[in-house]
Design a protein around this ligand. Sequence first.
Ligand code: ADP
Ligand code: MG
Length: 377
Amino acid sequence: KYRRELQLRKKCHNELVRLKGNIRVFGRVRPITKEDGEGPEAANAVTFDADDDAVLHLLHKGKQVSFELDKVFPPQASQEEVFQEVQALVTSCIDGYNVCIFAYGQTGAGKTYTMEGTAANPGINQRALQLLFSEVRGKAADWDYAITVSAAEIYNEALRDLLGKEPQEKLEIKLCPDGSGQLYVPGLTEFRVQSVEDINKVFEFGHVKRVTECTNLNEHSSRSHALLIVTVRGLDRSTGLRTTGKLNLVDLAGSERVGRSGAEGSRLREAQHINKSLSALGDVIYALRSRQGHVPFRNSKLTYLLQDSLSGDSKTLMMVQVSPAEKNTSETLCSLKFAERVRSVELGPVSRKAELGSWPSQEHLEGDSPGSAAPPG
Ligand code: ADP
Ligand code: MG
């Protein structure tokens, strides 16, 4: 019975993908905070469309620029409302799909709030795990499921385990020796979680580890990508059918253009690494959406690690976080351009692709050379 349901859902999914593609871009505008300043400084630079929840307008240097995404969440949107739009994506990993959810945007725009949230108001990470537990429980009559989680961060192109007992070690991404073309990370800790309490323990552990192993968490987290990788493995007891789905929840490094503020030495190197991996992510999504034959997964650790979860019939959601503050409009403009770029690649004749040009990778850092070297293989 479940198998039929699975087939039906696959068919629905394929139809949806044929119509709309499997990459979605949402925008979320955070509320004004004290740091945004008072008076004209705090003026709300972002406005919405009364009858179109996919549109937002940005007032930048006296000019209004409008953007159309797949959906826009205004400041008053609750964590529940956001999760409602994400939950179908989350549960599809029970059916064996790989899913990536990214939070993108400048530091302070609400990436961590959306992904982690607060104790009183948890974000996507915790809600996703809770939902997976309850869905899996609902199928327990026919299926055995195992849900495991890993947590990692990528800092200066180095991948580190956030759940290992040892101090953070540098990990390598390897190709599975079985010839399946799958990637894996030897040594990355995978915890089996069986309850909400287990998840909380895992989150707490990862958080403590991150806090104790870096001198300034705020600075550190704005320059590194934090990944929560949830794997759902299922076994249909009567037929022996097996499914594996992966949910990757990624709090990206801040997208701000550090290069412009006169960073030098290690700060500049850091900025270039961040820039490289964010533009590499953009390049990959662009290539996938425009159905280019070559997808440059290997140009950054992040895209290489997520290769399996970005290609094939995987699903991707980019949540672009936006500050409503007047003083942030330059960065907001860049973020929204990134969003629009990711989204607006039409699956049309090849000639249209040429028109759209290449990804504006250099936008994030002045002086950084556009385009990246061809990956090996
Ligand atoms: P980032 O991770 O992008 O640097 P944060 O998630 O830390 O940004 O958000 C910056 C501040 O704004 C935090 O204090 C956070 O609690 C608050 N904030 C962000 N988004 C929201 C929201 N939707 N509702 C309420 N507070 C928010
Ligand atoms: Mg953050």
